[in-house]
Design a protein around this ligand. Structure first.
Ligand SMILES: [Fe+2]
Ligand SMILES: [Fe+2]
Ligand SMILES: [Fe+2]
Length: 466
């Protein structure tokens, strides 16, 4: 009996388990790998779904959360891949779908036609089943002898639970009418039989459903909508006036106005996740590290936007009263090829590394304004940008050439026509809102004449995001 073993009172087995708990045979290597392949497939499809809906989903907070979830799922997939590779399986094996029924489910969920359906697929159907699978896995494996798997899955599970929790709160908020609730229920009833047919994410979950598979919405290959939408709080998204870029650099202007411009620039950065989502969606076949790096950067950019959002909230300023245009992402997504978009992104971020005019200057402006929070934000924004320039180099060098070649190519791309900007600018009055914003936010007249030449006809530049 285990209780007869002499002990001096210290928990054995490094505290991971009792002898009883550790004296069980958990999943064998093959079974373990087979399950992790399924999780990995779902994680990578969740990444794809978040990317696919970053542009068409209008709600601001959902864009921010999709950016986080995409990044977390990229890390989840990365850790699962690494663990499987340690278990006598080659990593390439993980790029194949382990079960056509899981593929059918994910393809069906990708056909969501609105935010409610998207959120139902993610948070009422797929993620709950993924969480169930991870909990079951932790309960079944041996926490000592399969500790590397235990650790990976326990870490992932915590993050999945947090995502699911947010998703259910967000869903409750968007289901405002009986009709909304009916839309949600009917899409759940549509997807659930597909989940049941696959046996859930782990293939062994029993999911009650009396329905046979409903007629599929899939009619061909999935084509993501990469034309950015926003909710009403972003105002007139095709008014391309944008003087924040000129004002923060204006030595003649007051520091409070320069910091206001700087924080508006941060807030405006939601266009970077919108643009990067289109790159990863339309660049298939890369090693997973590519999608992980891009996912990390995409989430950083969403956080940069949150810096502005939090700074506005601190000052009680209502950002919904001024336009937050989508021109940069819209134009690049619709007028340029994925590799060209990435080159432009790198070009902008490389310029931000310039010691005199780039991120260091932005940080110094916030410091000169004696704005502690803005200085803190710019400090981290600057650190993130150093990483982004590295990520750009890592993936563009093999695809395009050395830095000089990439920069030359970027200049050519920047000089090309921008038909979507020209067309959408016709849809709405182009008005200079900066003086009203300054009056509203700072209670005084604007002290900057920078960008005056753009007051009548906005000059669309690439220096807006990064
Ligand atoms: Fe995940
Ligand atoms: Fe960046
Ligand atoms: Fe950024």
């Amino acid at each position: 009996m285990m209780s007869n073993i002499p002990t001096i009172g210290i928990p054995p087995l490094a505290g991971l388990a009792t002898y009883e708990e550790a004296a069980k045979a958990g999943y064998g290597v093959d079974q373990n790998v087979e399950l992790m392949r399924r999780y990995n497939y779902i994680e990578s499809q969740l990444y794809r779904t978040s990317a696919a809906f970053l542009n068409p989903t209008p709600e601001w907070e959902i864009k921010g959360a999709l950016s986080l979830h995409l990044y977390l799922d990229s890390e989840h997939s990365q850790s699962l891949r690494q663990r499987v590779a340690e278990l006598r399986k080659p990593p390439l094996y993980l790029d194949q779908c382990p079960d056509p029924k899981l593929e059918t489910l994910c393809e069906e969920a990708l056909r969501a036609e609105n935010t409610i359906e998207l959120m139902v697929g993610l948070f009422r159907v797929i993620r709950p089943s993924l969480v169930t699978a991870y909990r079951q896995h932790l309960a079944d494996i041996n926490p000592v002898f399969d500790h590397p798997t235990f650790r990976v899955i326990r870490t992932i599970l915590q993050e999945e639970e947090q995502m699911l929790d947010w998703g259910l709160q967000a869903l409750a908020a968007i289901l405002k009418t009986d009709e909304d609730a009916a839309t949600a229920d009917s899409w759940e009833a549509h997807l659930r039989p597909y989940l049941a047919d696959a046996g859930g994410v782990n293939g062994r979950e029993s999911i009650p459903t009396d329905a046979t598979l409903p007629a599929s919405r899939v009619t061909g290959e999935f084509v993501a909508d990469v034309d950015p939408k926003r909710d009403w709080r972003s105002g007139e998204i095709y008014n391309f006036h944008y003087r924040a870029n000129d004002v923060y650099l204006d030595d003649e202007a007051d520091y409070d106005e320069r910091v206001l411009a700087l924080m508006y620039k941060r807030f405006h950065e939601m266009d970077v996740p919108e643009m990067m989502a289109s790159i990863v969606l339309q660049t298939p076949g890369k090693p997973w590290e590519y999608y992980r790096d891009m996912g990390r950067q995409l989430w950083d950019e969403a956080r940069h936007s949150m810096m502005g959002e939090v700074w506005f909230a601190k000052h009680g300023w209502d950002w919904s009263r001024y336009p937050n245009h989508v021109g940069w992402a819209m134009h690049l997504n619709l007028d340029r090829k994925p590799l060209e978009r990435h080159i432009i992104l790198y070009f902008i971020e490389q310029n931000l590394m310039d010691g005199k005019t780039g991120k260091r200057l932005e940080w110094q402006i916030a410091q000169s304004a004696k704005d502690e929070l803005a200085t803190y934000f710019q400090d981290y924004d600057w650190a993130d940008e150093v990483l982004h320039a590295q990520i750009g180099r890592r993936w563009l060098k093999p695809a395009v050439g050395d830095v000089k070649v990439i920069i030359e190519r970027a200049k050519e791309i920047a000089a090309m026509d921008k038909p979507t900007i020209d067309a959408r600018a016709q849809l709405t009055p182009q008005t200079d809102w900066w003086p009203d914003f300054v009056r509203d936010a700072l209670g005084k007249e604007s002290t900057s004449h920078a960008g005056d030449e753009n007051r009548l006809i906005p000059k669309f530049t690439y220096a807006s995001s990064g």
